[in-house]
Ligand binder design. Sequence first.
Ligand code: NAP
Length: 310
Amino acid sequence: MTLNILFAAAQADWPDYETPLRDALKTEGLDADLRTSFAPELVDYMVYAPSSEVKDFAPYTRLKAVLNLWAGVEGVTGNETLNVPLARMVDPGLTQGMVEWVTGHVLRHHLGMDAHIVNLDHSWHHCAPPLAQDRPVTILGYGALGAACGEMLRSLGFPVTGWSRRPGDAPGIRRLHGADGLIQALETAEILVLLLPLTGDTENLLDATSLARLPKGAVLVNPGRGALIDDGALIDALTSGQISHATLDVFRTEPLPKEHAFWSLPNVTVTPHVASETRPRTAARTIAENIRRAEDGQPLKHLVDRARGY
Ligand code: NAP
């Protein structure tokens, strides 16, 4: 029987996704009718993004699963009308983009590049940076994206600590978890990268107390979610020098309001939520594979635990 698959993400994305999705569904051997509009009661699977116009899943009575186009799912986990499995996006293209962005920003701070890029008085301050092996980096959130970034930084020589909710193991990485692990992870972090999902447990994780645990002058790089950080506490830490620089890609309100202090602090770099994004060609394969798995009675990959929030 033909599967009806609704593309319910932003309509502006349809031209980029249509052909990759059709190709990937065909490759998985699925007989599928993929469209941007169906009568709700006819839809078998939904390709979704939390920015979608679909907010009420109740009319989708035949729906078997929702395939999210984004890695972040905080915009949909709380939707009580959604009662079918939800898969978040793990896409090799998205992961590669994040690895490149995080590595670039970590290297910028590690090498002190700014001093040479903007050197208006042509000063000759001869001070070579330490080697990567002498610059401990901690990544909070050691999942699909955190682990890929950690592996790249480890390969460059950085001593990497990865912190997660559950215990984990990764060759050459100091893996920590839980509340005690967080303190240890923070205490050594000269550069701290946030790749946690936003949940009830992670909101404001970076508050005055946890920021004070970092070594004086630590650098913060946040491509995770804005609300992981207590903005006021970060501004205080940036002003006191506890944090020497923050590179922030994500914010509580996006676009970041013009009057926000992050725009005017000299030791903050704002990037407009560009760290990485889902890439249609590779993401389409993830989605098609998951639909095929569901049709074969196998569990979805990257299934979201709604109670856990990610
Ligand atoms: P993921 O694979 O689900 O990994 C999440 C990691 O966070 C896991 O290691 C998880 O621990 C850990 N974690 C969750 N709650 C925790 C808690 N309470 N305490 C300690 N650790 C906790 O997610 P992902 O694909 O790597 O994506 C991470 C986030 O990146 C997304 O949620 C999204 O917010 C953000 N993102 C941003 C951009 C951008 O352009 N800026 C792009 C894509 C994604 P366990 O391993 O123990 O489960």
